[in-house]
Design a binder for this molecule. Sequence first.
Ligand code: FMN
Length: 281
Amino acid sequence: MTKSTKYQDLIRNRISCRTYDSMPISLESIAKMEEKIAELNQEAKTEVRFAIVSSLSDDRNAKAKLGTYGVMSGAHTFIEAIQDIETGDPLELGYLFEKAVLFATELGLSTCWLGGTFNRGNFEKSLTLTNNETIPIVSPIGYAKDKRSLLDSTMRFGAGSNHRKPWNELFFENDSKTPLTKENAGKYEVALEMVRLGPSASNKQPWRLMKTGDDFHFFIQRNQGYGDMIRYDLQLNDLGIAKCHFELTLQESGIQGTWFTLDPQPKIEGWVYGCTYKCRV
Ligand SMILES: Cc1cc2nc3c(=O)[nH]c(=O)nc-3n(C[C@H](O)[C@H](O)[C@H](O)COP(=O)(O)O)c2cc1C
C-alpha cells in the first residue's frame, strides 16, 4: 500500500495569493473551516485563538472594513489570529495558524499570511477582544483569480517568493557548521524538504535545523531589526510553520515524536534556540 502524501501535496501546492475572486465561499467550506478553527482553539496551550470574519456577513461588527492597504484584491473573508500579548506564544500561533492554512488549501481555498500589510486597528474592531489581546496575523481565505494583480506579482518578485535557500544553508548535523546532506538525512529527507518549502515573513527563511541522532533542534537565525516596526515576532511565527510542516509530514510517513525544550538551551552564535523534536524510532 502506498503511503498518503496529503500534507506533502498541500505544502507543495500552497502559494500566497493576493488576488481573489469576489465570489462568496461555499457554505460547506465555511462550515468546515469553522469546525477546524474550533478544533485549533481547543488545541492551543497558550493564550492564542482564531476566528473567521467576513465583510459579507450580516454581523454589524464583522462588516467593519477589513483593510489590507490595497495589497489583497477581492478578499472579503479572513482567518484572524488573536493573541494575548503577555501569555500567548507566537511560536504556537505560527504552528496552529499554518494548520488552518493547510486545511483551507485542502478545501481548495487560497490564503496569504499577513503580518504587516493589513490594518490592525480595523481588524481589531471586527471582534470583541480582551484588553491584552491583539491581532498579529490574518489571512484571507477565498478563491484565487486566474490572473494575478500587478501588486501581487510585484510583491512576489520583491520577496523572491518562488525561491528557497539551498539545504546547506538550512540543515546541519551535530553542529552549526556541518551541512546535513540528503543522504545523511535518510528517512527525514522529505520532512526537511517540507520545512524548506514553507512560507516565511518576507521569505526570509530564518529556520535552521540541527540533527543529532534522531533529535532535531529548531533554531532561528534572526534578521536584525526585522519586525521592530510592528513590534511583533514574525520570525517565531516562521519557526511555528516549520514545526507544523515537519511534524505533519513525519506523521504521514509513520514517524511519531515529541516536542520538548532542552534545558539548558543550546547556545549557538547567531542562532536563537526554539525547540526540539525527538523522533521515536
Ligand atoms: C509570518 C508571515 C508574515 C507575512 N506577512 C506578509 C504581509 O504582511 N504581506 C504580504 O503580502 N505577505 C506576507 N507574507 C507572505 C510571504 O511574503 C510569503 O509567504 C513568502 O514570500 C513566500 O511565498 P509563498 O507563500 O508564495 O511561498 C507573510 C508570511 C509569513 C509566514
